[in-house]
Design a protein around this ligand. Structure first.
Ligand SMILES: [Zn+2]
Length: 359
């Protein structure tokens, strides 16, 4: 669709449908030029607007010397043009537009209605007005998600970049960074909650933060007790239910099958079980053969169990030092190979290098 048509289409939807086109289950990012045109399209005479009377609440973010009022759902925020313009090209462009005299005002301030969740707007304003908020080690997921959603839509560039960097920190693109996270893993830059793995997958996919997805999908699979469990809803801490969208389910089911299929093949993390005969440098042949047999039997008992990128642990083992070293090296090489193949296993891209975020 030509850009201008897309803009007009978006503005119409904004006005009458109260939101962006979600047909593809994606959250759009408009170009600066598009944003300006959408803003222009919004400044039609109020007589033509079909307004619904709703009870309006004033947010706690209400500055008496504020110069503009934002309204999202039934909540209004009185804030400063200068701060919005300083942080967002959307509002910078919008401020430069001439305001028609008939436009609605609140306490003498221009009123801008946003088709967003009031909570998202609150999280953005909180970050803009309270710099120490962003300096916290961990932020609530809701804040990170709001900064990404509205950061892309209105070009709050710094908020967006900081939120994406938190997401990438928790879901890195290299095995070294993945291994450097706390073990057992717990989110440290985003406050964890029940079902956060599913929320992160949805957020990253809807906002085209593709580099996060392989690790995010892998985390979902690690948590899953079976393929069937991927289809279930998870009750979050606030009582709401989350689940994977169909596109994510397909990728997770496909990735799970592929990982289970290769995890114990030669060249993959658990492939060392196949080296039943110790290498030529083994210093305890009889004992190492016997130990390998025990490991192999235990392995066969749980052949279809999830192992994935699991690091081998040879505690209290009877293997000789040479065999131990062989096994650790085989496991490390296999983990590297599996990590490299994750984007393809989840049918996102052939390799990590081809995962391009659209921010
Ligand atoms: Zn040995």
């Amino acid at each position: 669709m030509p850009n201008c048509e897309r803009v007009i289409d978006a503005s119409v939807r904004w006005r009458f449908a109260g939101g962006w086109d979600m047909a593809e289950d994606k959250e759009y990012r408009l170009s600066s030029r598009s944003i300006l045109q959408v803003a222009l399209a919004m400044t039609s005479p109020p007589a033509k607007r079909q307004r619904t009377e709703i009870a309006i609440t004033r947010s706690e973010i209400w500055y008496q010397d504020g110069s503009v009022v934002l309204q999202a759902q039934d909540t209004q925020f009185r804030v400063h043009w200068s701060l919005l313009s300083q942080n967002s090209s959307f509002f910078r462009d919008m401020q430069s537009l001439p305001q028609p005299p008939e436009e609605p005002t609140v306490d003498g301030c221009h009123l801008i209605e946003l088709p967003d969740d009031a909570i998202d707007v609150k999280w953005v304003l909180k970050a803009l007005y309270t710099p120490s908020f962003l300096a916290q080690t961990a932020l609530p997921f809701a804040a990170v998600a709001a900064h990404i959603r509205l950061g892309r839509k209105y070009d709050f560039r710094e908020l967006l970049d900081l939120a994406v960097s938190r997401l990438i920190y928790e879901h890195p693109t290299t095995l070294e960074e993945y291994d450097a996270l706390v073990n057992p893993y717990q989110s440290t830059r985003i406050i964890p909650h029940r079902g956060i793995e599913l929320d992160i997958v949805t957020l990253a996919r809807k906002n085209d933060i593709l580099c996060v997805l392989p690790c995010a999908y892998y985390r979902v699979l690690r948590q899953a007790t079976s393929a069937d469990s991927l289809f279930k809803y998870v009750k979050t801490d606030d009582g709401t239910q989350v689940s994977l969208a169909l596109v994510d389910l397909r990728r997770c089911v496909s990735g799970r099958e592929k990982i289970l299929d290769v995890q114990s093949k030669s060249g993959y993390p658990s492939g060392w079980h196949r080296h039943y005969v110790p290498g030529p440098n083994c210093t305890g042949l009889e004992r190492c053969v016997e130990t390998r047999e025990k490991y192999l039997c235990a392995y066969l008992d749980t052949l279809t169990s999830w192992r994935g990128l699991k690091k081998v642990k040879l505690t209290n083992t009877r293997f000789c030092a040479v065999c131990q070293q062989d096994i650790v090296e085989s496991n490390a090489a296999g983990r590297r190979r599996m990590w490299d193949e994750l984007p393809g296993m989840f049918n996102i891209a052939p390799s990590w290098g081809e995962l391009k975020n659209e921010l």
